[in-house]
Design a protein around this ligand. Structure first.
Ligand SMILES: NC(=O)c1ccc[n+]([C@@H]2O[C@H](COP(=O)([O-])OP(=O)(O)OC[C@H]3O[C@@H](n4cnc5c(N)ncnc54)[C@H](OP(=O)(O)O)[C@@H]3O)[C@@H](O)[C@H]2O)c1
Length: 438
């Protein structure tokens, strides 16, 4: 970083890896905010080099054409680049480029959840070894500040649980199904036509995208290494409008939640449960009011009590805003020679899904005859699963029983389901979903 002259802002030259949705928005935002950032932070930000795959594409960004190259490594190595911003996505070559930047003592800002959820620990350690920042606010929930609050504002909090609606595509789909009675297929195709969902929506609807974010949130919230492969996944493709209507009758809505929680194992050691699944959320819970493509993260702390952060979880400009905040922080830290990084993390002990305790929603189709309810209730009792509420609906010859249980271990619930399926009077076990609020 060059000090241009006494009293003038410090020049910060940015090497941008990627100029797609986020990178192009960032280049514009840096130009728009340049004078104000110089006035307030004393930093003169300028994008000087940009790596892309195809330099022939005409990009509407306020940066000279000569700044573009397909040689991303040359951007990282350029002595005229002070800070590297990685917004190309994917694991390679992003991982190698980020490592090269950190090894060269250059701070890195990234929005790349896939990279961090799989290789975060080695990168945080490398940043710490080299005394530079690796900041990644934009990697989880786009514009919503969540990483910095977890790392800094809540550093003294014994955080118990972090739950997020961190995938706008699935929240949009579930909101359309709930508000307008749209089928899953219709809501998905609307999300695709509006550009919220990819043509192959698997990463979103099966919970992989939210799972990567859950791993990052768990790592930062609990200070222990959690990777994408540790996350238990269930997606939303099996959710029907009928499930949403039953949930509504029980004063709940259905949301895809990423949950990271710290619990105590049977041997008294702490463990981290991290999972993504559709969840019944009571209508009076703050997460129930997060609709459409919006995101929110709900944090259950100790002294602080409950907190919720809400906003836009994706989109070029909202995401670029989070990157810019990190960029200013990284540049200011570079100037003062500090880098309050995450450092070296121990591997988290991951709670097996069988050990996780949750309340459940179950929907059974049964014969409509005397004694059936008692037989069903006996099966719950035999496995120690206690019933919080039950609704019964006659269907002419058969009946539907909808239960919400109190908190039960996953393994006890699975054993209950096995025995319920073997009862003559049970014709079908429909959806089984977890419920928060117990
Ligand atoms: N979009 C969002 O709303 C959002 C939200 C939060 C986080 N993120 C994260 O931000 C990152 C970027 O997302 P995006 O939506 O901006 O992606 P994108 O629109 O696909 O842009 C990717 C950019 O990287 C360039 N690129 C890819 N591979 C490259 C390589 N090997 N060498 C040089 N350049 C390369 C591409 O070049 P070409 O243009 O020449 O193809 C393109 O400019 C991802 O990690 C994503 O997960 C995105």
């Amino acid at each position: 970083m060059n000090d241009v002259s006494p009293g003038s802002p410090d020049r910060v030259r940015i090497g941008l890896l990627g100029c797609g949705h986020v990178g192009a928005a960032l280049a514009s935002l840096v130009a728009e905010r340049r004078a104000e950032v110089a006035r307030r932070q004393g930093l003169d930000l300028e994008v000087t080099r940009i790596a892309v795959r195809n330099t022939a594409i005409d990009r509407d960004v306020p940066v000279d054409d000569g700044a573009f190259t397909t040689d991303a490594a040359s951007v990282v190595a350029d002595p005229d680049v002070d800070v590297v911003v990685e917004v190309m996505g994917g694991i390679e070559p992003a991982r190698e480029l980020v490592m090269a930047a950190l090894s060269a003592g250059k701070p890195v800002v990234t929005a790349n959840k896939e990279l961090l959820a799989n290789h975060g620990a080695e990168l945080y350690a490398l940043a710490a070894d080299n005394g530079v920042d690796l900041l990644f606010e934009a990697a989880v929930a786009g514009a919503i500040p969540i990483m910095r609050p977890l790392r800094e504002s809540l550093a003294g909090e014994p955080i118990e649980r972090v739950m997020g609606i961190v995938n706008g595509t699935t929240n949009f789909i579930l909101s359309r199904m709930s508000d307008d009675g749209a089928s899953y297929a219709d809501a998905l195709s609307e999300a695709q036509s509006l550009g919220y969902a990819e043509r192959d929506p698997t990463a979103d609807v099966e919970g992989y995208d939210a799972g990567a974010k859950a791993a990052i949130m768990a790592t930062v919230a609990f200070g222990a290494r959690v990777v994408a492969g540790d996350v238990y996944h269930e997606g939303i493709s099996g959710i029907s409008v009928a499930d949403i209507e039953f949930a509504a009758d029980l004063k709940h809505c259905i949301k895809l939640l990423a949950v990271a929680e710290q619990t105590v194992a049977d041997d008294g050691q702490s463990q981290v449960g991290v999972r993504v699944h559709p969840t019944l959320v009571p209508l009076d819970h703050p997460l129930a009011s997060v609709n459409g493509s919006f995101n929110a993260v709900f944090i259950e702390g100790g002294a602080a009590g409950d907190l919720m952060l809400y906003g836009r979880g994706a989109g070029g400009r909202p995401t670029a805003s989070a990157v810019l905040g990190d960029l200013i922080d990284a540049a200011a830290n570079l100037r003062r020679g500090s880098a309050p990084g995450i450092g070296v993390l121990e591997r988290a002990r991951i709670a097996p899904i069988d050990d996780v305790t949750s309340a459940y929603y179950l929907n059974l189709e049964v014969d409509d005859r005397p004694g059936v309810l008692a037989a069903v209730a006996t099966v719950f009792g035999e496995h120690g699963v206690s019933i919080r509420s039950m609704e019964q609906e006659g269907l002419g010859g058969e009946a539907r029983l909808v239960f919400i249980t109190h908190g039960a271990r996953e393994r006890d619930l699975r054993a209950t389901l096995t025995d319920l399926r073997s009862l003559d009077a049970v014709r079908a076990v429909g959806s089984v979903l977890r419920v928060i609020g117990d």
